[in-house]
Ligand binder design. Structure first.
Ligand SMILES: NC(=O)c1ccc[n+]([C@@H]2O[C@H](COP(=O)([O-])OP(=O)(O)OC[C@H]3O[C@@H](n4cnc5c(N)ncnc54)[C@H](OP(=O)(O)O)[C@@H]3O)[C@@H](O)[C@H]2O)c1
Length: 215
């Protein structure tokens, strides 16, 4: 779900791996989604957010932070029953310039990940991939031979296991580098890190980096 650079990057990587992917948007026949299907062969399709939710075995939420809750509210709940939802959105507020802040009401005492889980209560939301640039999400080996960390959290152990296996199998993440922080409330921390990520990116002038925990 999402027609921006993240949605395009994830969807294209999955198509290259042989999967069928539907790109979801606010309305079917979105211009960017049609351009993407035009370039990606007969395993690529497009539709509304609800169409994509119904189609997907696993959903990737690649939504603008300020529109993410409206987008997930547009999904028929029966279409996500029991499904794993990998949420990589960030509740960033760019209205006061750079670096961004966190959108009012979506930080400190809650997070976008938690609010999405409340809306999609029949699904299993796993927050992951929101702490690094899109290119690196699907090709971790571009930095330090792939030896750097990814933080994931969510309330359902099986959904987190499914996401960890998918990240390793589809994109080449090293299983030992996936740090499970616990329940979805830990999205407060990973989302709050992103304004700091932006400051580091501005200081270095390059988004191709990540963090590695050492002890
Ligand atoms: N860029 C990165 O490298 C990166 C890295 C980590 C995390 N992220 C996070 O990934 C998410 C996606 O980023 P992006 O740059 O690819 O795309 P984006 O431009 O932030 O979001 C695009 C999607 O959001 C939907 N959208 C926008 N406003 C909406 C509204 N009011 N109601 C419902 N849906 C709305 C759009 O729907 P339509 O298709 O209908 O236009 C589109 O599908 C963001 O939360 C971002 O913080 C980005």
């Amino acid at each position: 779900l999402g027609t921006g650079s993240v949605g395009q990057t994830i969807a294209t990587a999955l198509i290259k791996n042989g999967h069928e992917v539907m790109m979801g948007s606010r309305s079917a026949r979105n211009e960017k989604a049609l351009a993407w299907t035009g370039k990606n062969g007969n395993k690529a399709s497009e539709g509304s957010f609800d169409d994509a939710a119904a189609f997907g075995e696993i959903l990737f939420l690649c939504l603008n932070g300020s529109g993410a809750l409206d987008a997930v509210r547009s999904i028929n709940k029966k279409n996500v029953n029991g499904k794993t939802v990998l949420d990589l959105t960030n509740p960033l507020d760019f209205s006061k310039g750079m670096p961004p802040g966190i959108l009012e009401g979506l930080g400190n005492t809650t997070s976008l990940g938690e609010e999405i889980q409340k809306v999609l209560s029949s699904a299993h939301v796993v927050k992951a991939l929101n702490t690094l640039t899109a290119q690196l999400m699907v090709a971790p080996k571009l930095v330090n031979g792939g030896d750097h960390n990814l933080f994931i959290c969510g309330n359902d152990a099986d959904a987190k296991k499914q996401v960890k296996e998918l990240l390793a199998r589809e994109f080449g993440w090293m299983p030992e580098n996936l740090i499970d922080l616990g329940g979805i409330q830990n999205a407060r921390g990973t989302e709050a890190y992103v304004p700091f990520w932006v400051s580091i990116m501005q200081a270095r002038g390059n988004p191709l980096f990540n963090v590695k925990i050492v002890q």
